[in-house]
Structures are given as C-alpha cells and as structure tokens.
Design a protein around this ligand. Structure first.
Ligand code: SF4
Length: 314
C-alpha cells in the first residue's frame, strides 16, 4: 500500500504537475521576453502575497500591502527547506521568480547550489529565463568547488525558436573540465508561442525529411557528408548562436523537454501541431512532458493525440 504522500505525488503527476515541492528561495521578477507577457508568478503572488512578502504602508502601521512583484526578495529562511525532508522529493526551484535574476548576488546563488548539492536524496529542477547568467554562474560554481550537481537539472524557459536557440547556445555550453558529471539541462517551453525545431539537437545525424514548417535549410547550413556507402558521417548544424554541433562540447546534455500552452485570461493560442512535432522529435531521444494545451474552458486538454506524455529524466 503506497503511503499517503506517495499517492499525492502520483495524483499530482496525473494532473500534469511534475514537482512535489516548490523551493521559492527567490521571489519577484521582471520580464525577460515575450514569454513573460502573462507571468503566472506575478498573478499568483498577487492572489497569495504571503509567498512573496509584504511591506509596511507606514512605520508602525498594522496594515501591510503586498510587495510589488518587481521587488526581488531573497528568502534566506527558506534555504534549509530541502534539508528538512529526508524522503526523495522533486523540488521546483524558483517558480515565483528567477534565481539568476540580475539583482540576485552570486553569494546567494552559491548558497542555494550548495544546499542542492548537499541534499543528494532530492532532485532539483531550476527554471530560468536568464540563460547566460545561469550557465556562467553554474560553471563558475562547479569549477570553484570542483564538483557538479548530478541531482539537478537546469531548465531554460523559452517560448519560440529564437528564444530556444538562444537558451541552448548558453545551456549546452556548461562545461566543467575534470568533473565527471556534466550539468544536465533541459527546456521548459511554456507558453509555446510558435513552431520549434529541436531535431538538430536531438538527432543531428539523421537524414530525415522535415515537416513543411521546418524546411531543412532553415537550420542545417550544409548537406551531410557521406561515406562511400552513402551513410551519413557528419552533419554540420549551424545555429543562430554561431557554432556547429561538431564543435559542441556537450551535445547530448539535453535531458528533458517540457511543453505547454498559456493559461488564463488573454492566453495566446498554442497550435497543437507545434507540440506534436516536439513530441515526435523527442520520442526515443529525450523524456518529454506535455503540460497541456492551455487556454480556458472547453477544449482545454492535457492530452496530446489522446496520450498523456509524462516522461521524466529521473
Ligand atoms: S522570468 Fe518567469 S517569473 Fe520572471 S517575469 Fe518572466 S515569467 Fe515571470
């Protein structure tokens, strides 16, 4: 008989939630791109301000007002939270902000990473739209302490092809010479606002026809080289980030892809074909999780072609 907690976790998975606990050591944020237009964290903290904080309206006044979302808060008192749980949990790190926001000091980020490293019983999923700072800070931390975080995955939050290319160009470059475990990274594509082609990163050596939305020449800058038998031996993939996959230090670090549409008032529509292509590209290569179509009311679904995609890398 599974414990109550295990059953809750199972029930959460069935509802499309991939995490057990949220670890909101940083709350508050400022927009980092079109994916932020209807920021869920901003709406959530306005409804539930205790998660973010209050400020006194007037010194000595019993009345407080919710802290504005663009005030970045570092919650030192929450850093120890994972240590208090001995059973394995999947921690969604900074759902209500961005750990790598420009205003968060390196020292605070290092404390968070140290805690994640100490709590080996857990899995930490760190979401960020500050891909450049995240990759540089993580690499610096790994090099400084000559370690890595095999129990963590850095998820770049993206929303279209441009943002995804940009994120990949930084996340895939986290490279720690002399440390056995590389840093696992993934893509949290929500809200999905346009078609995204991940095939050059997932199966760069396959010579396969692409759907009409993604003509090969969009991303593959040269025909593949073949040996005498016609086998593809190299396929140079030049992305907008300006280097080829052949010179890429960690081409297979992509560990997870999560996709979903936008929810709530004014939600921008996600075309299910975009999600379908991503699922197909990931199948057999990298775990894929479909959060749902987004939108409101009727027609909203968390199934893709009748299937619940609930794959995880742990
Ligand atoms: S990065 Fe995330 S938390 Fe920050 S504004 Fe954008 S959607 Fe909101």
């Amino acid at each position: 008989m599974p414990s109550h907690k295990a059953m809750v976790a199972q029930e959460r998975q069935e509802r499309g939630i991939w995490w057990d606990k949220s670890w909101n050591v940083v709350t508050g944020c400022t927009p980092a791109g079109a994916g932020c237009d209807h920021c869920w964290a901003n709406i959530f903290t306005r409804r539930f301000p205790t998660h973010h904080g209050f400020r006194s309206v007037r010194l000595g006044s019993p009345f407080n007002e919710p802290m504005p979302f663009d005030t970045i808060m570092f919650h030192h008192d929450r850093i120890e939270q994972p240590r208090l749980k001995t059973k394995r949990k999947v921690w969604a790190t900074c759902l209500l902000g961005d750990l790598f926001h420009e205003q968060v000091p390196d020292g605070f980020i290092y404390r968070v990473l140290e805690m994640a490293g100490e709590c080996k019983q857990h899995v930490f999923v760190i979401l960020t739209k500050r891909w450049e700072r995240a990759s540089k800070t993580l690499e610096a931390w790994c090099k400084k302490y000559k370690t890595s975080l095999p129990n963590a995955i850095l998820m770049g939050s993206t929303w279209d092809q441009d943002s995804t290319d940009h994120a990949i160009s930084f996340l895939s470059r986290i490279w720690v010479p002399g440390v056995e475990d590389y840093f696992r990274w993934g893509l949290h594509i929500e809200p999905l606002l346009g078609p995204i082609d991940l095939s050059p990163w997932l199966h760069p050596f396959e010579d396969e026809p692409r759907p009409a939305e993604f003509p090969n020449e969009c991303h593959r800058d040269a025909p593949p080289e073949r040996d005498v038998s016609g086998e593809v031996v190299t396929w140079s993939v030049k992305r907008k980030c300006g280097y080829t996959i052949d010179e890429h230090p960690n081409p297979h670090g992509l560990a997870w892809v999560v996709v979903g549409g936008e929810n709530g008032a004014g939600a921008r529509k996600m075309d299910m074909r975009w999600a379908r292509i991503l699922a197909r590209d990931c199948e057999g290569h990298v775990p894929f999780w479909f959060k749902g179509s987004g939108g409101r009311g009727k027609g909203k679904t968390d199934l893709l072609d009748g299937k619940a995609w609930r794959e995880t890398p742990w």
